[in-house]
Design a protein around this ligand. Structure first.
Ligand code: ARG
Length: 459
C-alpha cells in the first residue's frame, strides 16, 4: 500500500500502484526544466500579488522558497522522488513543506497543462538561441576554410562521377548557404516558440483576474496565446523545431559523407586530424573517420524523433492528453544531438587538411573539361547540340587511345572540327575551366571572392 499523498489525491480512496507511479512519472527527464519551472512560478506569483489574488507577504515567501529550491537543484542536493510524478509537483511539494500555506497558493489560476508548455517554451527559446549562436560559429569556420582554400581546385561531382572542376572554396561555401538557411529556419521557428501560454489553465482559462500581459512582460514573451484550448493542446512548435533540427542534421550528414569518402586512400582528398579519428582494435593501420560517421548516424536518430512527435500528435482528441508527456524525450535528445554535432563538426573542420595537390591533379582527369570544349565551340558559332556531339566523339577517341583530353594536339582537335584553334589548348586547364564560369553563383574565383566579401559584410 502506498501512503504517499498526491496533491491531486483528494478524490482518490487508494494510493497509486508503484508500477503505475513508475510508468507515469516524468521526473527523471523533466527535471532538466527546473530553472524554467521556477522562473515561470516566480512570474506567476508576482502577477497573483499584483492582482491582489494573494498577499504581498505570500509573494515574498514564495519567492524566497523557490530561490532556495533553485539553489539546491543547481547544487545537486535536492532529492527527487518519483512519487512526485513531475518537476512541477516536486517543486510545489517542496515549497509547501518549506513555507506552508503561502506555498499552497502558488498554483492558483494555473494548471500543469499550461505550466508544462510554459517550461518547454522557455527552455526551447534558450536552446534555439544557443543553436543560432553555434551555427554562426560553424558558418564562420566554413568561411575561414574557404578563404584558406580560395584557389584550390577540386573535381566537382554529380552521381559521384567526376563532372567539372570547381573551387574547393565554392564547395565549402555551398554548405555555408545550407547552414545559413538552417539558421533562418531556427529564427522563424523561434517566433512561434516565443508565445506565452500561461493563463490558459487546464484548457478553458480561469475566472480569476489574471494579467497575462504582465506575465508575458516579466518573462519577455512578445505575444500571448489567444486560445486556451489551442494553448494546452499545441505542440506544433516542437514538431517544427525537430524538423528544423533534422534539416541541419541532414546537411551535416551530407558534408560528413563527403569527408568519409574523401578520407579514404582511394580518394585521399582530406586528412582528418588524429584528434577527430579513432583506431581499430584489430587492424593496427586503421584511422577511421568515426566522428563524421556518427554525425551521419545520429541524423537517423533525429529523424526518428520527428516521426515520433508527429505520430504522438496525430490522433489526439482536443485538448491536453497525457500522451503529450512523450514529447519531451524526443525534444531533449534532439537538442542534445544537434548541439553536440554542430559543435564537434565545427572543431573538426578547423583541424582538417585538404590535400590540395591531389585534388588539383584529379580535377584535370577523366575529361572533366569536356563541357568547356563544347562551350568553346559554341563561342565559335557552332550550335550546342552539334558541339556536344563533336566533343563526345573526341572523348570516344581518347578512350580508344587511352589518352586524356590534355594530351591531344591542336592537329588532332582539328580532325574533329576545323574551327578548333590554338586557344583551345589553355581551355583544357582546370584553372581556366573554373575561372571562366563567372555567372552569378558560379565557381570562378571572382564570384567566390565576391560571395566571401558579401558574407563578411553580412548581406
Ligand atoms: N508531465 C506532464 C507533461 O509532460 C504535465 C502534467 C500534466 N498532467 C496532467 N495529468 N494533466 O505533459
Amino acid at each position: 500500500m502506498n501512503n504517499y499523498v498526491k496533491p491531486w489525491g483528494g478524490r482518490f480512496k487508494k494510493g497509486t500502484d508503484h508500477k503505475v507511479e513508475e510508468f507515469t512519472q516524468s521526473i527523471h527527464f523533466d527535471r532538466r526544466l527546473f530553472r524554467y519551472d521556477i522562473e515561470g512560478s516566480l512570474a506567476h506569483a508576482r502577477m497573483l500579488g499584483k492582482q491582489g489574488i494573494i498577499s504581498s507577504d505570500d509573494v515574498s515567501s514564495i519567492r524566497k522558497g523557490l530561490n532556495r529550491i533553485r539553489k539546491e537543484m543547481e547544487a545537486g542536493s535536492f532529492i527527487f522522488d518519483v512519487r512526485d510524478e513531475d518537476i512541477h509537483m516536486a517543486i510545489e511539494k517542496s515549497l509547501i513543506q518549506r513555507i506552508g500555506k503561502a506555498g499552497e497558493k502558488l498554483h492558483t489560476g494555473r494548471s500543469r497543462n499550461d505550466q508544462i508548455v510554459l517550461d518547454v517554451r522557455l527552455y526551447l527559446r534558450d536552446e534555439i538561441n544557443n543553436l543560432i549562436k553555434i551555427l554562426k560559429n560553424l558558418k564562420k569556420e566554413l568561411v575561414e576554410a574557404a578563404k584558406r582554400e580560395v584557389n584550390t581546385i577540386m573535381p566537382g561531382y554529380t552521381h559521384l562521377q567526376k563532372a567539372q572542376p570547381v573551387l574547393l572554396s565554392h564547395y565549402l561555401l555551398s554548405f555555408w548557404e545550407m547552414f545559413d538557411r538552417d539558421e533562418q529556419r531556427f529564427k522563424d521557428c523561434q517566433k512561434r516558440v516565443n508565445v506565452l501560454p500561461l493563463g490558459a489553465a487546464a484548457l478553458a482559462g480561469t475566472s480569476l483576474p489574471l494579467d497575462r500581459r504582465y506575465v508575458a512582460r516579466l518573462l519577455k514573451f512578445p505575444t500571448v496565446s489567444r486560445n486556451s484550448m489551442d494553448t494546452v493542446a499545441d505542440r506544433d512548435f516542437i514538431a517544427e523545431f525537430i524538423f528544423s533540427a533534422s534539416i541541419v542534421m541532414m546537411h551535416m550528414s551530407r558534408f560528413c559523407e563527403d569527408l568519409v569518402i574523401w578520407s579514404s586512400s582511394e580518394f585521399h582528398y582530406v586528412e582528418i586530424s588524429d584528434t577527430y579519428t579513432t583506431g581499430s582494435s584489430i587492424m593496427p593501420q586503421k584511422k577511421n573517420p568515426d566522428v563524421a560517421e556518427l554525425i551521419r548516424g545520429k541524423t537517423g536518430r533525429v529523424y526518428g524523433h520527428l516521426m515520433a512527435m508527429l505520430t504522438i500528435l496525430k490522433g489526439l482528441p482536443m485538448t491536453y492528453n497525457r500522451d503529450l508527456q512523450e514529447d519531451k524525450e524526443p525534444l531533449f535528445d534532439t537538442v542534445d544531438t544537434v548541439t553536440s554535432s554542430i559543435e564537434i563538426l565545427t572543431e573538426m573542420l578547423s583541424q582538417i587538411t585538404f590535400q590540395r595537390e591531389r585534388m588539383e591533379e584529379q580535377a584535370g582527369k577523366d575529361f572533366s573539361t569536356a563541357t568547356d570544349i563544347a562551350e568553346y565551340l559554341v563561342q565559335k558559332g557552332i550550335a550546342f547540340r552539334e558541339a556536344h556531339g563533336i566533343v563526345g566523339r573526341i572523348v570516344e577517341h581518347c578512350l580508344d587511345n587511352r589518352k586524356e583530353l590534355s594530351a591531344l594536339t591542336l592537329t588532332e582537335f582539328r580532325k574533329f572540327h576545323a574551327q578548333f584553334d590554338k586557344d583551345v589548348i589553355p581551355r583544357l586547364r582546370p584553372a581556366n575551366s573554373v575561372n571562366l564560369r563567372k555567372t552569378i553563383g558560379g565557381t570562378s574565383m571572382v564570384m567566390v571572392e565576391e560571395r566571401i566579401r558579401e558574407i563578411e559584410k553580412g548581406s
